[in-house]
Design a protein around this ligand. Structure first.
Ligand SMILES: *Cc1c(COP(=O)(O)O)cnc(C)c1O
Length: 495
């Protein structure tokens, strides 16, 4: 299996795609074709555990990894790192609605599923393709990626990691998770700007010839742990395949029967992984793309115009406060049947004018598979209340956006196909926004008292990685202007 680019042709191995992270022309790496899972393979997958399923799915994409390498990667990522034997278990809301709980990992958000595996994939990829260089992972985070990447890469030999987050764009708990990170190869820095500024800054630095040369002269090379890296995307395909297998195994779904997938979306990475699962043969009917008040994807799916010239809102689902959904570029590439020139044109227009419009044909293809919806913080809070009061189930503010949008979808379309909703974070990570939805008394003032109250009110345990966070020492206090990111990187690396 070779990998090519969304804006220009390449023919590189999966190792090279993962080690490089992003193409030199600014495009993203994509597989040349989608590997298929045959009916008999799906039958076999149903009987497997998560790690075995992971190995089979990965082996279809990472064809230059040996079986024993994949075995080591998967075991390192998923054995003993999650607080459940199955890193991605389903929770039944009713017999047509399931939550796919993706937050049992070390940082309590779904990013762990990819970022526990990525360091294993990346170090092996780099050894094969750029053996003499140390890797510098640059991360822009809206909150959850940063911590998950720090946890995955801390003290990994041959790797340094630098994380940028928007000073006022992450929750207090997310910030503490990052600023208390230990490890002799980690740096964390706030920027005066929003997530898109951080992401754009990082993307520009990746393709800045001067920066690349300065690093290279010092035996260093950039790579990415953001979902622009294919190594982030491929682990996410696994849990959609696994969810389908669990439904088949439990008899909730008949072989070949289609189901809907709803995903609370920001960068379009998680939902794109579900699209890849479908292209491999997993029977998905509709992708329900759920946005918060930053409804740029809803508007895109409804009109075919992607327009970032709009007000930016900070919401109770900060990991989705995004106006440049970078993985949408891969979706466009697939919708345009691999026409890189068209994709390059759209991306150029996004850069220059902040918007683009897809062709009528592409819009109709998009709408045949996707339904886009959004909700504001108030509706998300109501969704949390309702789920808790009616089903005694707790969900976080991001998942709540999907819960509300699925309800809108069902009302509007009458389609009651079984639906799997990605449940992307532990409610405890966003406790100050979740508690008011399930408790009407006085709010405790202190952030950690809120966590304790949430546990008391809902009779659910505080996840171990979050307990005691307030007692850890803050190790990272840097904050720079968005124009100073490159300077910070050089100062950190070449000191
Ligand atoms: C990152 C994140 C999202 C959005 O995922 P994308 O892949 O960017 O669409 C949703 N919920 C949570 C909790 C997240 O951390």
């Amino acid at each position: 299996m070779n990998y090519t680019g969304t804006r220009g042709k390449y023919a590189i191995s999966s190792s090279e795609a993962i080690a490089r992270g992003i193409a030199s022309d600014g495009g993203l790496f994509v597989p040349e074709s989608f590997p298929a899972l045959s009916d008999s393979e799906i039958k076999a997958l149903v009987e497997m555990n998560y790690c075995e399923r992971a190995k089979l799915v990965l082996s279809k994409y990472l064809t230059d990894f040996s079986e024993s390498e994949l075995d080591d990667c998967v075991k390192g990522a998923y054995c003993g790192t999650f607080d459940d034997d199955n890193p991605a278990p389903l929770r039944e809301v009713d017999n047509k609605t399931f939550l796919l709980d993706l937050w049992h990992g070390p940082t309590c958000a779904f990013k762990d599923l990819a970022l526990q595996l990525l360091p294993h994939l990346l170090t092996r990829s780099a050894k094969r393709t750029m053996s003499d260089k140390d890797i510098v992972i640059l991360v822009a985070t809206s909150g959850d990626t940063g911590k998950a990447a720090l946890d995955g890469f801390a003290d990994v030999p041959g790797v340094k990691i630098i994380v940028f987050y928007p000073e006022n764009g992450v929750s207090a708990i997310q910030k503490l998770q990052m600023t208390t990170q230990t490890g002799n190869n980690v740096s964390v820095c706030a920027i005066k700007g929003n997530f898109d500024d951080a992401q754009t800054g990082v993307k520009n630095i990746f393709s800045d010839p001067e920066m690349i040369k300065k690093l290279s002269d010092n035996g260093l090379v950039f790579s990415s742990a953001n979902s622009i890296n294919f190594g982030r995307l491929v682990p996410q395909i696994i849990y959609y395949v696994s969810a389908c297998c669990d439904l088949l195994k439990a008899g909730k779904l008949a072989p070949g029967e289609k189901f809907n997938v709803a995903v609370p979306t920001g960068n379009f990475g998680n939902i794109l992984a579900a699209v890849y699962a479908k292209r491999m043969g997993i029977p998905v009917n509709k992708f329900i793309c759920a946005s918060n008040k930053n409804r740029i994807l809803t508007d895109f799916i409804r009109t075919g115009t992607y327009d970032r010239n709009r007000e930016f809102y900070l919401t109770s689902s900060p990991s989705m406060d995004i106006l440049i959904s970078s993985n949408l570029e891969r979706m466009l590439y697939h919708l345009y049947d691999g026409n890189c020139a068209e994709v390059a044109k759209l991306m150029d227009s996004l850069k220059k004018e902040g918007k683009y419009t897809v062709s009528a044909e592409v819009l109709s293809k998009l709408q045949s598979e996707f339904w886009g919806g959004f909700c504001d913080d108030e509706a998300a809070e109501k969704a949390i209340s309702k789920l808790f009061n009616e089903k005694n189930m707790l969900c976080d503010t991001h998942t709540a956006v999907a819960v509300d949008v699925v309800e809108q979808y069902r009302k509007e379309t009458g389609d009651d196909t079984l639906c799997v909703m990605a449940s992307t974070a532990s409610a405890y990570k966003f406790a100050p926004a979740v508690l008011p939805a399930v408790f009407k008394g006085d709010m405790p003032e202190d952030g950690f008292k809120i966590i304790e109250k949430l546990s008391e009110v809902t009779a659910t345990p505080i996840p171990a990685p979050l307990a005691g966070l307030d007692k850890r020492e803050v190790l990272h206090k840097n904050c720079v202007e968005k124009s100073q990111m490159a300077e910070f990187i050089l100062k950190t690396l070449l000191k």
